[in-house]
Design a protein around this ligand. Structure first.
Ligand code: SF4
Length: 331
């Protein structure tokens, strides 16, 4: 029991010393009432402490000076600096947990953060698309940037592309074709069977209908430019996955920056969502010009869909009239 008392007393002394180091001059302590009957102590050894509020003045704190056996004698105490504890306390402080706390940087510097430069964790690698898009558009510009590339250079970069799994089932890569100085560009989803065989976009039945749509607004196919988000035919004409679309789309974006059309007509839901990076469906977006880095974008139905549901041709015609009128207004 005496040993426990000694340890408690030593702890109290340490804490008082530390408070004194911090400049605490007075302590106000609430002590509970002491009930000796709860302790089995030998009679006559008990001196109950005061039951109520106790004030400990500074001079009494001094009386809790460390016992001589705990103080390491220092023949020539080193000069104290602002960050070091006073030399007279050094021996005791070295031997206590609180001493380690006292030797830590001062509270402000603890909160001010480490003074040593901290090595930052490496940034995650950008995707190819982010790199390509960032190199074209930076991260804040909302206008189509100048491109120093040519269509031929982009084609050369695409090469015998195997960047996404769609290369496995293709016969030919279907590149953007037409007039590369056109004011009007059409963008579809991906090649179908006919396009895959010929290596040209929109040459099947849907392509023939697209030709009629172009002629309906007073233009010819050779006046416009036609491309797809994906250049390789997905197996069974399925919709390209998002990673497949995102892998191929940068080539189209680079072409748009070279061609600089005044209007892009996106054909169908997949092309619309992938070009505009939106989850909003074609039925909500169609008929209203959208913006793509300063280029007007008109979403409308895909000709293949019009072949399945001819009743939608009327809406497509309304959309195309808006395109025609906008382009006429620029002349
Ligand atoms: S779809 Fe595009 S990215 Fe995928 S293999 Fe074909 S050209 Fe390359």
């Amino acid at each position: 029991m005496n040993r426990e008392y000694s340890e408690i007393l030593a702890d109290v002394k340490e804490q008082l010393l530390y408070l004194q180091e911090l400049g605490v001059e007075n302590l106000s302590v609430e002590l509970p009432a002491f009930d000796a009957s709860k302790f089995r102590l030998p009679a006559g050894n008990i001196t109950p402490p005061p039951a109520a509020k106790t004030e400990i003045p500074a001079e009494r704190i001094e009386r809790f000076a460390p016992p001589p056996e705990l103080v390491k004698k220092i023949a020539e105490p080193p000069k104290s600096t602002s960050n070091e504890p006073p030399a007279s306390r050094l021996g005791l402080l070295e031997s206590t947990k609180l001493s380690r706390l006292a030797q830590q940087p001062k509270r402000e510097s603890l909160f001010a953060g480490p003074t040593e430069p901290v090595e930052k964790p490496p940034m995650p690698k950008k995707t190819v698309e982010e790199d390509l898009t960032a190199s074209l558009f930076g991260d804040i510009t909302k206008t189509l940037p100048e491109s120093k590339e040519t269509i031929e250079e982009i084609r050369a970069d695409i090469g015998n592309c195997t960047r996404c799994p769609l290369y496995e089932g293709r016969t030919k890569i279907v590149h953007t074709t037409g007039n590369f100085s056109a004011d009007l560009m059409f963008v579809g989803e991906a090649p179908g069977a006919d396009e895959d065989q010929k290596g040209e976009p929109f040459v099947g039945r849907a392509g023939q209908l697209l030709n009629k749509i172009i002629e309906a607004i007073g233009m010819k196919r050779e006046d416009v430019c036609i491309g797809n988000i994906n250049r390789c035919r997905p197996p069974g004409n399925r919709t390209p996955t998002l990673p497949e679309a995102h892998t191929c789309r940068p080539f189209l974006i680079r072409e748009i920056a070279v061609i600089r059309p005044k209007v892009i007509v996106v054909l169908g839901n997949t092309a619309c969502q992938n070009l505009l990076d939106t989850k909003v469906g074609i039925t909500k977006l169609r008929g209203n010009f959208q913006d793509y880095y300063g280029v007007k974008v008109m979403p409308t139905f895909h000709p293949a869909y019009l072949l399945r549901d001819p009743s939608k041709k009327r809406e497509t015609w309304e959309d195309m009239k808006k395109v025609r009128d906008y382009l006429s207004g620029l002349k």
